[in-house]
Design a protein around this ligand. Structure first.
Ligand code: SF4
Length: 399
């Protein structure tokens, strides 16, 4: 489908994207603010913290978006990606109580739930014929050890062998390791042998321990988040990474966060996709949150694309930012809109109104509306197929 052969490392990027980007950048004129940064990119100089802050503060959002979009075009041409997945949140019972979280419940809450392995598989069976990925994250259940998840993943692999398992955020891995008295790497290895395909990126929030102490006290530290993903990459488990913005963080803290992820990606090549998403305020407990406007969301996506040259994909997470903004974000550096999802609690309990009923055809239309070619991908960005809508059935001739 592409003119080049993709590999796990390329994840469908054009192997000559740096050269193509330089040509694009040289053909356009840039404002005084962005010109020095563009020159650095052309000369292969790694952008630093000051450049990142400059990008966040640059007044012309459309010029910033153009710079990010040229990165995206150089890497992927006009293609934009999605997959056919389902979310199953295995439990909302959590021993922590992060201040931004509208999903967690105490064990005794009326609406607390914990799916047994059979319940989980019943849920998955409803969607199994239409999806090739299950995305599972949940609360930190006080009793489920690695044994529970090992059995769950083995059953999924046995009963739905075509489905990839993207599950367990870094803090869930840390919790399982502690409960099971195992090291992080042993925990991850057991889960991988049981069928785990990759880790989602959730829980990064902002990788700054002062911010974390306020918005998610008790969660893994910034260093632990990075170490858990490093351990996953070391044993060949790829992962995504995220950023929750619009709570109490500064622009400098956002840039530091992005650069920490860039450095780990440069070291391990294990991150596949960066997913920045804004804090949604409903039902949560952070009255001092700054909240993000549409233009702020596009700005974060654009800056991320420009800074994160070692992470292949940037996702416009439609479950969180909505379909309209996700469509626009495909012109501001994003190249992926996630998938069909089918059911989702975490963002919807926090106020998301993104529809959950989209099928692949609707997702492909969203991509086409943004002027892109819709491409269906697998979980690990190793298999790609241009999405062609099914042809309408021919009418039978009148008798
Ligand atoms: S964000 Fe995760 S760890 Fe924090 S309270 Fe919610 S479910 Fe628990």
């Amino acid at each position: 489908m592409s003119e080049w052969v993709s590999t796990r490392l390329l994840a469908d990027r054009n192997p000559n994207w740096h050269m193509i980007l330089n040509e694009f950048l040289s053909e356009e004129s840039w404002s005084k603010t962005l010109q020095p940064i563009v020159e650095k990119i052309i000369n292969g100089i790694v952008l630093d913290q000051t450049d990142g802050v400059e990008l966040f503060n640059t007044p012309n959002l459309f010029e910033l978006g153009r710079l990010a979009h040229l990165h995206k075009l150089a890497m992927f041409g006009n293609r934009a990606y999605f997959n056919s997945n389902v979310h199953v949140n295995q439990t909302n019972i959590c021993v922590l109580a992060c201040r931004f979280c509208a999903f967690r419940r105490g064990k005794k809450a009326e609406d607390a739930y914990a799916l047994t392995i059979d319940n989980y598989l019943d849920e998955l069976s409803k969607f199994s014929a239409f999806v090739n990925e299950v995305h599972s994250v949940g609360g930190l259940h006080p009793e489920w050890t690695v044994e529970h998840y090992s059995q769950l993943f083995e059953r999924i692999r046995r009963e739905h062998p075509h489905i990839s398992i993207k599950a367990l955020t870094a803090v869930e891995v840390k919790h399982l390791a502690q409960l099971s008295n195992l090291s992080i790497i042993d925990t991850l290895s057991i889960l991988q042998q049981s069928g785990l395909t990759s880790l989602p990126g959730g829980g990064a929030e902002i990788l700054d321990d002062d911010v974390r102490a306020i918005i998610c006290n008790g969660k893994e530290s910034s260093q632990e988040y990075l170490d858990i993903h490093r351990a996953a990459h070391l044993i060949g488990l790829p992962s995504n990474c995220t950023m929750l913005f619009g709570t109490i963080e500064t622009v400098e803290q956002r840039v530091d966060h992005i650069l920490k992820l860039r450095d780990l990606a440069t070291e391990t090549n294990g991150f596949q996709c960066f997913v920045p998403y804004p804090f949604l305020p409903d039902s949560t407990r952070l009255p001092m949150a700054q909240l993000s406007t549409g233009q702020e969301i596009l700005r974060v996506i654009a800056v991320s694309r420009i800074l994160l040259d070692s992470i292949p994909h940037i996702k416009a997470y439609r479950m969180n930012i909505g379909d309209e903004l996700a469509e626009l974000a495909l012109q501001f550096g994003a190249d992926d809109i996630d998938g069909t999802v089918q059911q989702e609690s975490i963002m919807h309990l926090a106020g998301s109104t993104t529809p959950l009923t989209h099928d692949l055809l609707q997702l492909s239309k969203l991509v086409e509306n943004a002027g892109c070619i819709p491409v269906k991908r697998n979980t690990t960005y190793t298999s790609f197929e241009e999405f062609k809508p099914p042809k309408p059935a021919k009418r039978l001739p009148m008798a």
